[in-house]
Design a protein around this ligand. Structure first.
Ligand SMILES: C[S@@+](CC[C@H](N)C(=O)[O-])C[C@H]1O[C@@H](n2cnc3c(N)ncnc32)[C@H](O)[C@@H]1O
Ligand SMILES: [Zn+2]
Length: 154
Protein backbone atom coordinates (compact mmCIF):
# COMPACT_ATOMS: atom_id res chain seq x y z
CA UNK A 1 0.00 0.00 0.00
CA UNK A 2 1.47 3.46 -0.87
CA UNK A 3 2.44 5.62 2.08
CA UNK A 4 0.02 8.44 2.88
CA UNK A 5 1.63 11.83 2.27
CA UNK A 6 0.55 14.97 4.06
CA UNK A 7 0.02 17.78 1.55
CA UNK A 8 1.55 20.94 3.04
CA UNK A 9 -0.86 23.82 3.55
CA UNK A 10 1.44 26.20 1.66
CA UNK A 11 3.68 26.62 -1.36
CA UNK A 12 6.57 29.02 -2.08
CA UNK A 13 6.36 31.05 -5.27
CA UNK A 14 6.93 34.52 -6.71
CA UNK A 15 5.05 37.28 -4.91
CA UNK A 16 3.72 40.63 -6.10
CA UNK A 17 4.73 42.10 -2.73
CA UNK A 18 8.41 41.17 -2.94
CA UNK A 19 10.60 38.37 -4.33
CA UNK A 20 9.36 35.00 -3.15
CA UNK A 21 6.33 34.58 -0.93
CA UNK A 22 4.38 31.76 0.69
CA UNK A 23 0.86 30.98 -0.50
CA UNK A 24 -1.98 28.86 0.86
CA UNK A 25 -2.52 25.65 -1.14
CA UNK A 26 -5.82 24.94 0.52
CA UNK A 27 -8.27 26.54 2.91
CA UNK A 28 -6.65 27.23 6.28
CA UNK A 29 -8.85 27.66 9.33
CA UNK A 30 -8.47 30.57 11.75
CA UNK A 31 -6.15 29.57 14.60
CA UNK A 32 -4.27 26.91 12.60
CA UNK A 33 -0.53 26.73 13.32
CA UNK A 34 0.84 26.69 9.77
CA UNK A 35 4.61 26.53 10.06
CA UNK A 36 7.51 27.03 12.48
CA UNK A 37 10.03 29.80 11.75
CA UNK A 38 13.19 27.69 11.67
CA UNK A 39 16.82 28.66 11.48
CA UNK A 40 19.89 28.99 13.61
CA UNK A 41 19.31 30.32 17.12
CA UNK A 42 21.89 32.94 17.91
CA UNK A 43 22.19 36.53 19.15
CA UNK A 44 21.63 39.85 17.37
CA UNK A 45 25.28 40.61 17.82
CA UNK A 46 26.41 37.48 15.95
CA UNK A 47 23.72 37.54 13.25
CA UNK A 48 24.21 41.22 12.41
CA UNK A 49 27.92 40.61 11.68
CA UNK A 50 27.08 38.03 9.02
CA UNK A 51 27.14 38.88 5.28
CA UNK A 52 23.89 40.46 3.98
CA UNK A 53 21.19 37.93 3.05
CA UNK A 54 20.68 39.94 -0.18
CA UNK A 55 23.93 41.52 -1.44
CA UNK A 56 21.87 44.16 -3.32
CA UNK A 57 19.86 45.23 -0.27
CA UNK A 58 21.51 45.57 3.16
CA UNK A 59 18.05 45.98 4.72
CA UNK A 60 16.82 42.60 3.47
CA UNK A 61 16.54 40.26 6.43
CA UNK A 62 15.87 36.64 7.37
CA UNK A 63 16.38 37.40 11.07
CA UNK A 64 13.50 37.00 13.52
CA UNK A 65 13.97 38.74 16.87
CA UNK A 66 12.80 36.88 19.97
CA UNK A 67 10.91 38.38 22.90
CA UNK A 68 14.03 38.73 25.09
CA UNK A 69 15.30 41.38 22.64
CA UNK A 70 18.70 39.71 22.38
CA UNK A 71 18.20 36.28 20.83
CA UNK A 72 17.24 35.76 17.21
CA UNK A 73 16.43 33.00 14.77
CA UNK A 74 18.56 33.46 11.66
CA UNK A 75 16.68 31.72 8.85
CA UNK A 76 19.59 32.48 6.53
CA UNK A 77 21.16 29.43 8.20
CA UNK A 78 19.13 26.17 8.07
CA UNK A 79 15.93 28.16 7.50
CA UNK A 80 12.73 26.62 6.14
CA UNK A 81 9.89 27.97 3.92
CA UNK A 82 8.79 30.40 6.66
CA UNK A 83 11.70 32.66 5.73
CA UNK A 84 9.86 33.58 2.52
CA UNK A 85 6.74 34.94 4.26
CA UNK A 86 6.34 38.63 3.42
CA UNK A 87 5.13 41.47 5.62
CA UNK A 88 1.67 43.03 5.40
CA UNK A 89 0.09 45.88 7.33
CA UNK A 90 -3.18 43.91 7.21
CA UNK A 91 -1.85 40.36 7.62
CA UNK A 92 -3.74 37.08 7.60
CA UNK A 93 -1.22 35.45 9.98
CA UNK A 94 0.43 36.28 13.29
CA UNK A 95 3.52 34.91 14.98
CA UNK A 96 3.81 33.56 18.50
CA UNK A 97 6.74 32.39 20.60
CA UNK A 98 6.38 29.39 22.89
CA UNK A 99 8.05 28.85 26.28
CA UNK A 100 11.14 27.38 24.60
CA UNK A 101 11.58 30.40 22.34
CA UNK A 102 10.32 28.58 19.25
CA UNK A 103 8.37 30.78 16.84
CA UNK A 104 5.29 29.68 14.93
CA UNK A 105 3.09 31.33 12.32
CA UNK A 106 -0.65 30.92 12.75
CA UNK A 107 -3.73 31.99 10.80
CA UNK A 108 -5.44 34.98 12.41
CA UNK A 109 -8.46 34.51 10.16
CA UNK A 110 -9.75 32.01 7.60
CA UNK A 111 -7.35 31.95 4.61
CA UNK A 112 -8.55 31.00 1.13
CA UNK A 113 -6.51 28.82 -1.29
CA UNK A 114 -4.10 30.99 -3.31
CA UNK A 115 -3.89 33.81 -0.75
CA UNK A 116 -0.40 34.94 0.14
CA UNK A 117 0.48 34.31 3.80
CA UNK A 118 1.70 37.44 5.58
CA UNK A 119 2.38 38.71 9.07
CA UNK A 120 3.24 42.14 10.43
CA UNK A 121 7.04 42.36 10.83
CA UNK A 122 6.70 45.27 13.31
CA UNK A 123 10.33 46.20 12.64
CA UNK A 124 12.26 48.71 14.71
CA UNK A 125 15.64 50.27 14.07
CA UNK A 126 18.10 51.22 16.77
CA UNK A 127 19.60 54.68 16.61
CA UNK A 128 19.01 57.42 14.07
CA UNK A 129 16.84 56.62 11.10
CA UNK A 130 18.42 57.68 7.80
CA UNK A 131 16.51 58.55 4.63
CA UNK A 132 18.13 55.56 2.94
CA UNK A 133 16.98 53.16 5.66
CA UNK A 134 13.48 54.57 5.62
CA UNK A 135 13.27 54.13 1.84
CA UNK A 136 14.62 50.57 2.02
CA UNK A 137 11.97 49.66 4.60
CA UNK A 138 9.09 51.01 2.53
CA UNK A 139 6.15 48.62 2.48
CA UNK A 140 4.64 47.30 -0.73
CA UNK A 141 1.93 45.12 0.83
CA UNK A 142 -0.88 46.87 -1.06
CA UNK A 143 -3.28 46.85 1.91
CA UNK A 144 -5.92 49.58 1.89
CA UNK A 145 -4.53 50.93 5.15
CA UNK A 146 -0.86 50.21 4.42
CA UNK A 147 1.24 52.29 6.82
CA UNK A 148 3.87 52.69 4.11
CA UNK A 149 6.63 50.99 6.06
CA UNK A 150 7.57 47.65 7.54
CA UNK A 151 8.52 49.59 10.67
CA UNK A 152 6.10 49.43 13.57
CA UNK A 153 6.40 53.17 14.00
CA UNK A 154 7.25 54.70 10.62
C1 LIG B 1 11.98 37.20 5.33
S1 LIG B 1 12.26 37.95 3.77
C2 LIG B 1 10.77 37.56 2.92
C3 LIG B 1 11.06 36.90 1.59
C4 LIG B 1 11.38 37.86 0.47
N1 LIG B 1 10.19 38.12 -0.33
C5 LIG B 1 12.47 37.33 -0.42
O1 LIG B 1 12.21 36.93 -1.57
O2 LIG B 1 13.63 37.27 0.02
C6 LIG B 1 12.09 39.62 4.26
C7 LIG B 1 12.43 40.63 3.23
O3 LIG B 1 11.47 40.67 2.17
C8 LIG B 1 11.18 42.00 1.79
N2 LIG B 1 9.76 42.30 2.08
C9 LIG B 1 8.92 41.53 2.80
N3 LIG B 1 7.70 42.09 2.90
C10 LIG B 1 7.77 43.25 2.22
C11 LIG B 1 6.82 44.31 1.98
N4 LIG B 1 5.58 44.28 2.45
N5 LIG B 1 7.25 45.38 1.27
C12 LIG B 1 8.51 45.44 0.79
N6 LIG B 1 9.46 44.49 0.97
C13 LIG B 1 9.08 43.39 1.68
C14 LIG B 1 12.12 42.90 2.59
O4 LIG B 1 13.30 43.11 1.83
C15 LIG B 1 12.42 42.04 3.80
O5 LIG B 1 13.66 42.35 4.42
ZN1 LIG C 1 1.94 47.80 4.10
Amino acid sequence: MPATRMVPAYIVRTSTIHGRGVFARRKIRKGTTIIEYRGERTTWKVASRRPDSDPDNPYHTFIFELDDGESVIDAGVRGNAARWINHSCNPNCATFEDDEGRVFIEARRKIRPGEELTYDYRLSVEGRMTKKARAALECRCGARKCRGSMLLEP
